[in-house]
Design a protein around this ligand. Structure first.
Ligand code: GUN
Ligand code: ZN
Length: 440
């Protein structure tokens, strides 16, 4: 067992997200192994009442710091680290000119391994301790990422990117050598093999990953849906309703579906643990479909602003009851920092809604990137919070990390002011230490 004394931030389970944060000015976080040997939170609360219950437990004291749950990033692309900040007229030219040429390099194991090492380190350095991310269509890109994530103990969910049409040949799934199976069949065989090899190993999980409807045939989407039915506890990830040209393309390819989103439902790809990135251009029937199936939206504000895709409609999502959480969407997104993502989400709330705009509270934004994102993944009570039983993943933040942060946070008169100052002024420099749940 081990304990940390510091200011603490965590979330009341079940509370309204905008009112759910708990701040303990002088708190104690006690961590220790559970029955399975994982380090989990044993207790959290005020130092003076909790410490006497754990007299033998060594305390590490962090004066002036804030301990908060590790961040949960609901959507990113590890093979796009090198194309972050590449400008384009919109999503489709960005994919064609930057993304696909970079992703083809992940057919090489060594390239994938080096990229995975960098990506994982960058996530952790920024305080992200759980990430759902895309790999490429090359099985080696998935093997490399899982292998490295296992070593780092980042909680990571990924899967083979399924794309069997409408992209350059070197980023599409490939048929088996010798031609016994076609590319579509092979992509599903490879997905199932990787799933069986990695899902549930340590902190790793598998996500069935059709890139987006336009780059999959009916047969591939049908196969992905069959895999999802066979393995009900794996994740599903894809993209939807991000960009108007993309939507037009998807509608033309799947005219029988009620909407772009409904295409995924028609192939059995909507359920709990299905995470759809962007979800911008929705109507209320789409929102109701998200709600009724238990699928969740990964809100990617830096990406949506950078690529000019549009704005996630928070008002609509809340009105209908869609689950959502925040995501970097690196490399369409512009930053690995959850602070940058939360600030961008705030801007989207202010200016991207039908009038009047929202003022999303910093507690709500923080929740969206921690407990809310964990809930969207079906990992409520496992990560994204510091409730007893949660895996002991947390960040130690230093509100004095820069001269301006120190000056501004010293003047904060409330929790919301403190959180806002960190969201607006913070980045990786705020993150002094990242602690990841170890296994004994
Ligand atoms: N839609 C399909 N592929 C992608 C991708 O790599 N990034 C984004 N932002 N949208 C996509
Ligand atoms: Zn994406």
């Amino acid at each position: 067992m081990k304990a940390y004394r510091s200011a603490l931030l965590y979330f009341k389970p079940g509370a309204q997200p905008s009112q759910s944060a708990v701040y303990e000015a002088d708190g104690l976080l006690v961590v220790g192994p559970d029955a399975g040997g994982r380090q989990v939170v044993q207790a959290i609360g005020p130092y003076h009442t909790l410490q006497p219950r754990y007299p033998q437990v060594p305390v590490s004291h962090w004066p002036g710091r804030l301990i908060a749950p590790g961040f949960v990033d609901l959507h990113s692309h590890y093979p796009q680290t090198n194309v972050i900040g590449s400008p384009a007229a919109g999503l489709l030219p960005w994919l064609e000119n930057y993304t696909f040429p970079e992703e083809k390099r992940f057919s090489a194991h060594e390239y994938s391994t080096q990229s995975a090492i960098f990506f994982i380190a960058e996530m952790l350095r920024n305080g992200v301790t759980t990430a759902l991310t895309f790999a490429t269509s090359h099985p080696t890109s998935v093997q490399a990422l899982f292998t490295q994530a296992r070593q780092s103990r980042l909680r990571l969910i990924t899967g083979l990117c399924l794309m069997d049409r409408h992209a350059p040949a070197d980023v599409l799934n490939r048929s088996a050598p010798g031609g016994q199976t076609d590319a579509t069949e092979q992509s599903l065989i490879d997905s199932e093999g990787l799933l069986q090899q990695w899902h549930g190993v340590d902190r790793l999980g598998y996500a069935i990953t059709p890139r987006f409807a336009p780059t999959s045939t009916d047969a591939q989407l049908r196969g992905a849906g069959e895999l999802a039915a066979k393995y009900p506890d794996v994740w599903i990830q894809s993209h939807v309703a991000e960009n108007r040209d993309e939507i037009q393309w998807a509608r033309a390819l799947f005219p029988a579906s009620r909407s772009y989103l409904a295409t995924y439902d028609d192939f059995g790809l909507m359920r709990q643990r299905a995470i759809y990135a962007h979800c911008i251009h929705f109507d209320d029937d789409d929102r109701a479909l998200m709600r009724d199936t238990g699928a969740a939206a990964a809100v990617c504000p830096t990406s949506n602003l950078f690529l000019g895709s549009g704005f996630f409609d928070y008002t609509g999502a809340d009105r209908v009851g869609v689950q959502y959480g925040l995501a970097s969407d690196v490399g369409g997104g512009t930053s690995f920092s959850p602070f940058h993502t939360m600030l961008a989400a705030y801007y989207v709330g202010r200016e991207g809604q039908t009038k009047p705009g929202l003022s999303l509270s910093p507690q709500h934004l923080w929740w969206q990137h921690t407990a809310g994102a964990a809930r969207a993944l079906g990992l409520d009570g496992v990560v994204g919070n510091l409730q007893p039983g949660c895996e002991a993943d947390f960040v130690v933040l230093n509100p004095q990390a820069t001269p301006l942060l120190a000056r501004r946070t010293a003047l904060a008169n409330s929790l919301d002011e403190l959180l806002f100052a960190m969201m607006v002024l913070g980045d990786d420099r705020l993150v002094e230490k990242v602690v990841i749940s170890q296994a004994l």
